[in-house]
Design a protein around this ligand. Structure first.
Ligand code: FE2
Length: 370
């Protein structure tokens, strides 16, 4: 049966940030991305500055507004730096937009076709959770660096070389209590996503807090958008802390796939990226839980890498600290060896690690209402 809402790939993630120039320098250095395109005053864009960064199949766009009324400036003021746009490449952006709106989505950006000497590019966007939008991009035969108005940047490789980040594995949202199923239905009804997995608050709980999560994927199974919501607990959950500091729902973390997590994380650590720390006790029984990593326990422990397995294989994963002042957006690095899971066996130790950080910030406080 034909996919009723065909999506070719995750085209890019656009972050709205306070200072795109400095953010671009950070991501190039720490994440080993190369700068491939630019838009700003020098290219005739009067409202905003954008840097396009790429590594493997990953494409990030970092945008800052040049005046307080610009959407990126308003977003950064309200939320701090964060992911504002999930852009999906589709075969027909206008049709996808019309179809999603017909199925109940609200318009965020009206359909537009932009042209330059490299061809035409069509896009349109719908509103998702909070101030996040989902943009449909139709590249057609467009041959320019990124999009009309952008200038190609040559010779802007990562200053210290790439780190091996290859693709976006999944993009996770935090939404308010009671709202997870609303956004699950939104993805299903507007774009034909389906539920791949769900984790209830029993599966994801610590002594102090709990959350629930459903993993949604597109028809082709290439794009995975898990949605989290906080659940009852004795203390404020990490999701609730995020919602407080982000000022509403938004993207909690982006997972980047690598083929060699030990090499990738070694390089990122050497460049100053901070990761969540894992207690030594985590590794005591890891060889029994995940026999495939038995001979590598030492290097995994040295780098704070977690491992999990399911019936299909195993995975290795690690989580950064938040990458901006607010305890909001962070990144995951994941190496899959057959497993299509999300590290359920690590949820408890991961969330306990997050709570230790939350406590250091003074935010692991008693829950106001259960
Ligand atoms: Fe994740």
């Amino acid at each position: 049966m034909a996919d009723p809402f065909p999506i070719r790939r995750l085209d890019h993630l656009e972050l709205y940030v306070g200072n795109a120039r400095q953010a671009a320098a950070y991501y190039r250095h720490a994440f080993g991305f190369r700068a491939t395109a630019y838009r700003g005053l020098e290219t005739g864009c009067r409202e905003a500055t954008s840097y396009v960064l790429e590594g493997g199949e990953i494409r990030l766009v970092l945008t800052s507004g040049l005046a307080p009324g610009h959407a990126a400036a308003r977003f950064a003021h309200a939320h701090g730096d964060g992911v504002a746009v999930l852009a999906l490449e589709v075969p027909d952006a206008f049709r996808g937009f019309a179809e999603a709106c017909r199925r109940g989505a609200a318009a965020a950006e009206e359909p537009v076709e932009e042209r330059d000497e490299h061809g035409a590019l069509r896009s349109a966007a719908i509103r998702a959770y909070g101030d996040t939008v989902i943009r449909f991009v139709e590249r057609g035969g467009y041959r320019g660096a990124f999009a009309p108005g952008f200038e190609a940047r040559a010779g802007n490789g990562p200053p210290a070389g790439a780190v091996g980040l290859a693709a976006v594995d999944h993009v996770v949202a935090n939404v308010e209590r009671g709202q997870m199923n609303r956004w699950v239905r939104f993805l299903a009804e507007t774009m034909g996503f389906s539920e791949l997995l769900h984790f209830d608050d029993e599966a994801i709980s610590t002594e102090y807090s709990a959350l629930m999560s459903k993993v949604m994927q597109d028809g082709a199974g290439r794009i995975k958008f898990p949605i989290n919501e906080p659940a009852s607990g004795r203390r404020k959950s990490q999701v609730a802390e995020y919602l407080d500091y982000f000022g509403g729902p938004g993207v909690q973390h982006v997972a980047f796939a690598t083929d060699d997590i030990v090499d990738t994380v070694s390089r990122m650590r050497a460049r100053g990226v901070e990761f969540l720390s894992v207690p030594a006790a985590y590794y005591d029984d890891l060889a029994a839980r995940v026999p495939a990593v038995g001979e590598r326990i030492g290097e995994l422990a040295r780098l704070g890498i977690l491992a999990d397995r399911d019936e299909d294989g195993h995975l290795l994963q690690v989580f950064t600290q938040p990458v901006q002042d607010r305890p909001t957006l962070f990144y995951e690095v994941i190496e899959r060896r057959g497993s299509g899971g999300f590290g359920q066996g690590n949820f408890k130790s991961l969330f306990e690690a997050l709570e230790r950080e939350q406590a250091r910030r003074g935010n692991l406080v008693e829950a106001v209402a259960s």
